[in-house]
Design a protein around this ligand. Structure first.
Ligand code: GLN
Length: 237
């Protein structure tokens, strides 16, 4: 049993290393037929336009959409979240192909460019309760997207308060300022779950905290198909 990790570009090695720390093998996926050998998938962070071009080149989009449609667990981090979203907006979004499936509107580069990348402590009650450990999670946001709207099936796992003058999109900043003249914009969503889809705007694979990976592995185990008991009940085999 292994978890597939889309390995076209971005932080796939870091995801594979995090899975290894939990005793699970990560398999690099680059071609449509390789998706048949796995029952779950992580789409890493990176650069979603580049990743989409490579996915198109390898004819991966139909197989990825089918994988999502079949209800197999998929976790997208950062650019991976953009891939999974039904709709994307924001600068440099034009015409970008998406896998879709996650009923949300994601805003690319919401927090700005590379130099506006940041780290922040996030409250994630659902996962802290399930995985234990400290009450907060270190969120590493690199040219990160944010989720602006979600559909009724989507469970919000974490949100984040943004200052209206600190977001990348001037139209959004204006809108937010009108909503709240204290200068504190409304919260944006940075982690969600919808059925077997998990998505985070930040990068748990760049921290030593493996609780997000454990949480995803539990989702994989709940689906059951193709999982070995060593993965789903460590220490019992
Ligand atoms: N902003 C990037 C994009 O649009 C995503 C950044 C990331 O994955 N760290 O692709």
């Amino acid at each position: 049993m292994a978890v597939g990790v889309l390995a076209l570009q971005g932080s796939f090695n870091e995801h594979i290393a995090a899975l290894r720390r939990l005793g699970v093998k990560g398999v690099e996926i680059r071609k449509p037929e390789q998706l048949q050998s796995v029952t779950s998938l992580i789409i890493p962070g990176g650069e979603s336009t580049t990743m989409a071009k490579l996915a198109e080149y390898h004819n991966l989009f139909p197989a990825l959409r089918e994988f999502v449609k079949m209800g197999k667990p998929v976790w997208g981090t950062c650019a991976g979240l953009i891939f999974l979203a039904n709709k994307a907006t924001g600068q440099k979004t034009g015409g970008q192909e998406l896998v879709g499936g996650l009923d949300c509107l994601v805003h690319r580069n919401f927090f700005g460019s590379q130099i506006q990348s940041f780290e922040a402590e996030l409250q994630v009650p659902a996962i802290a309760a399930k995985e234990g450990g400290p009450p907060t999670f270190r969120g590493v946001f690199i040219r990160a997207p944010a989720i602006l709207e979600v559909g009724p099936e989507v469970e919000v796992l974490a949100d984040f308060p943004v200052q209206s003058n600190k977001v990348a999109d001037p139209n959004y900043a204006l809108e937010s300022q009108e909503e709240d003249n204290t200068g504190t914009a409304r919260k944006v969503i940075v982690a969600v779950k919808q059925g077997n889809l998990l998505a985070t705007a930040f990068h748990p694979e760049l921290t030593a905290d493996t609780r997000w990976h454990s949480y995803f592995l539990k989702m994989v185990c709940e689906v059951g198909e193709g999982t070995s008991s060593s993965m789903c009940a460590p220490g019992e085999e």
